[in-house]
Design a protein around this ligand. Structure first.
Ligand code: NAP
Length: 248
């Protein structure tokens, strides 16, 4: 028996980067996975194929996590797999980096809608089912930037800090129901998101990492699997930093 055999996991933003690594790691431990994505259907299908090759069921669901109606459709499709959603990983996220005076309301809105409302809608879409199951593991992906701030990322930092408050509050609301809610705060991880950063910003980020290297998506997946483990039943409302020592 693998750790997550018979369980169903929904991972948002799983077509690429950290979400893809999380979906693959969960599948490798026996979970059936729902691979959410925004627009890159081919990348999502490639992740799903890799998961199926590990012997589990995997479906792709296009849904904009910032939209409540998309979540309603997605959770119905997820429930069609086994009637259960055991693990929810709210991972989908975007950046629209700039100094505050250049951040438009539209860019602030877009970042908060995807990163923070994405988690809010995700939580609202699964909590009743998880309460009924008397079991659930919810893991929200925050960021080192949500804990410490970062010049040029006020919108992103606000959204990621909001995720921390949401995580702790929901942990308290669901603690007596067998449902844990935790967050993972990655540092700088090599994905398309960090690839898009200007070279100078990348160098500055590296200089602040005691381990002197970017993280790999698999590093974050390892922390998510730890929190998703049935054995982690007594851990809730925590923020686990996975950042090569950046936040020490
Ligand atoms: P990424 O490589 O840019 O991938 C983003 C993923 O999110 C893609 O699967 C994308 O789908 C999906 N997505 C974007 N907007 C969406 C929406 N509205 N609805 C549904 N899916 C959406 O990002 P990443 O670096 O893996 O980051 C994953 C998470 O970790 C994010 O929450 C990010 O903020 C957080 N994080 C990342 C780092 C880092 O250094 N990379 C550090 C701290 C925190 P498509 O492929 O279809 O576009």
């Amino acid at each position: 028996m693998k750790k997550f055999s018979g369980q169903t996991a929904l991972v948002t933003g799983a077509s690429r980067g950290i979400g893809r690594a999380i979906a693959l790691a969960l599948a490798a431990e026996g979970a059936n996975v729902v691979i959410n994505y925004a627009g890159r259907a081919e990348a999502a299908e490639a992740t799903a194929e890799e998961c199926r090759a590990l012997g589990v069921e995997a479906i792709c669901v296009q849904a904009d996590v910032s939209k409540e109606e998309d979540w309603a459709r997605m959770t119905e499709e997820a429930k069609a797999l086994s009637g259960r959603i055991d693990i929810l990983v709210n991972n989908a996220g975007i950046t629209r980096d700039d100094l505050l005076f250049r951040i438009s309301e539209e860019d602030f809105d877009a970042v908060v809608k995807t990163n923070l409302y994405g988690c809010f809608h995700g939580l609202k879409s699964v909590y009743r089912l998880m309460m009924k199951q008397k079991y659930g593991r919810i893991i929200n992906i925050s960021s080192v930037v949500g804990l410490h701030g970062n010049a040029g990322q006020a919108n992103y930092a606000a959204a990621k800090a909001g995720i921390v408050g949401l995580t702790k509050s929901m942990a308290k609301e669901l603690a007596s129901r067998g449902v844990t809610v935790n967050a993972v705060a990655p540092g700088f991880v090599a994905t398309d998101m960090t690839d898009a950063m200007p070279e100078a910003a990348k160098e500055a980020a590296l200089a602040g990492i005691p381990m002197k290297s970017l993280g790999k998506p698999e590093d974050i997946a390892g922390a998510v699997l730890f929190l998703a483990d049935p054995a982690s039943r007594y851990i809730t409302g925590q923020v686990l930093s996975v950042d090569g020592g950046m936040s020490i």
